[in-house]
Design a protein around this ligand. Structure first.
Ligand code: HEC
Ligand code: HEC
Length: 366
């Protein structure tokens, strides 16, 4: 045997050993790990591109090739150079995305545990045609069977709804009670509109690690350019104030409403009311407003909770505004003494990272 062949043999042997040592893949456990990915990626029936490309049939696919998804230049280049997704390449990417593909726009710190990597790979494989022989796919078929009647139920009331014979133009139809209920979810500072439910800090911590920390950081400190959710007390008068729930927000109802309505980003309104109570309790904890992990937030004690900055918000009844206070007619024309000048651009409002061309940092002012 020549030296190089022997070397090859040794390396191959090594690979097999590592392969054998790798954790047994568990698709069910992988489904749980996938919650970390679900804000950005969809898989399964009707999966669409979200913050990241859909991951159906990702195994065997050349990197950066899902139609209609705007990849980073680096991901495109990796595909052009022949990168194909398989156990090994997906594994390396998920371990340290930015190290494996420099300049990738996947803002994800990576999975620390080999076991999580192996399991999420097993889960994703059940949605890849290339690996259907090895992995059972029945769950998938069952889901699509189940889904069909459900979809019909959702459409039925719309079809049965009264046809417009109202209004001047007979357009549209009155909203259905279910539609109004789905839309009418706002919660007021005094707690009006809160659903029944409860959740503890400890439970919220688990949910936060699973579903929020990828973007907001384990302690709410914000990964990369994603928003900071905790800290910042005492910075409001600085040039670049850190506005968080603890430092700035006036009412806890906004936290509950925002999380229930819009988070996790990319997978909005997937949380149960109890989950939202738990997460809101955890956000109070991250901001040192409650200190006990057993603290339970519920519809009963919600209205008693106060955020530190509440009193710096004042009700604007216009009485401090000279025109209104004096009962004068407000100025309605030519009110500016000179033409308006643009002094700053609203890049400051853009907190959502878009990729490698957009590294200027949240709150950047042009
Ligand atoms: C914060 C959003 C985000 C999270 C979380 C995230 N990804 Fe991604 N992912 C992306 C984006 C954006 C891309 C495209 C990267 C590029 O173009 O550089 C991507 C690309 C990928 C690709 C390559 C797909 C292709 O078509 O080439 C795979 C595979 C992938 N992600 C798997 C995962 C898995 C598995 C997880 C969870 C463990 C995960 N991602 C978590 C945003 C995310
Ligand atoms: C994929 C990344 C991502 C994930 C995961 C995510 N968020 Fe967010 N979050 C964002 C972005 C982006 C914003 C800002 C959106 C905007 O301003 O338009 C935001 C804003 C927030 C805010 C308001 C912050 C502020 O000061 O304006 C809260 C509170 C919040 N998220 C809580 C959560 C919770 C709780 C979870 C988990 C259930 C979660 N987020 C998961 C990306 C994410």
């Amino acid at each position: 045997m020549s030296k190089s062949l022997r070397l090859f043999g040794a390396v191959a042997g090594l690979l097999i050993v590592t392969g054998a040592q790798a954790f047994a893949q568990d698709a069910d456990a992988g489904k749980k790990v996938f919650r970390k990915c679900a804000s950005c990626h969809a898989v399964g029936d009707n999966a669409r591109n979200k913050v990241g490309p859909h991951l159906n049939d990702v195994f065997g696919r050349t990197a950066g090739t899902v139609d209609g998804f705007k990849y980073s230049k680096s991901m495109k280049a990796a595909g052009d150079e022949g990168l194909v997704w398989n156990d090994e390449t997906v594994g390396k990417y998920l371990e340290k995305p930015k190290a494996y593909i420099k300049g990738t726009k996947m803002s994800f710190a990576g999975l620390r545990k080999d076991k999580d990597v192996a399991n999420v790979i097993a889960y994703l494989k059940s949605f890849s045609a290339e690996s259907t022989q090895e992995s059972e796919k029945p769950a998938d078929a069952a889901v699509s069977e189940e889904k069909k009647p459900e979809a019909k139920v959702a459409i039925a009331p719309v079809a049965d709804a009264p046809v417009a014979n109202h209004g001047t133009y007979h357009l549209g139809r009155p909203a259905l009670p279910e539609e109004i209920a789905a839309w009418d979810i706002d919660i007021r500072p005094d707690g009006q509109g809160l659903p029944a439910g409860s959740g503890t800090v400890a439970k919220g911590g688990e949910l936060f690690d699973e579903q929020c920390a990828v973007c907001h950081g384990s302690f709410g400190e914000g990964e990369g350019r994603w928003p900071v959710l905790a800290g910042g007390q005492g910075t409001l008068t600085d040039d670049r104030p850190v506005k968080t729930i603890g430092s700035y927000w006036p009412y806890l109802s906004t936290v509950f409403d925002y999380v229930k309505r819009a988070m996790p980003f990319g997978n909005a309104q997937s949380l149960s009311d109890d989950d939202v109570y738990a997460l809101t309790a955890y956000l109070l904890y991250l901001n040192d407003i409650v200190t006990d992990e057993d603290f339970e937030l519920s519809s009963d004690n919600f209205a008693e909770m106060r955020l530190p900055n509440e009193e710096n918000f004042i009700a604007d009844n216009r009485q401090d505004e000279p025109h209104y206070a004096a009962g004068l007619e407000p100025c309605m024309s030519n009110c500016m003494p000179e033409p308006a000048k643009v002094t700053m651009h609203a890049r400051v409002l853009d907190v959502t990272p878009e990729g490698e061309e957009d590294e200027s940092g949240a709150g950047a002012i042009d």
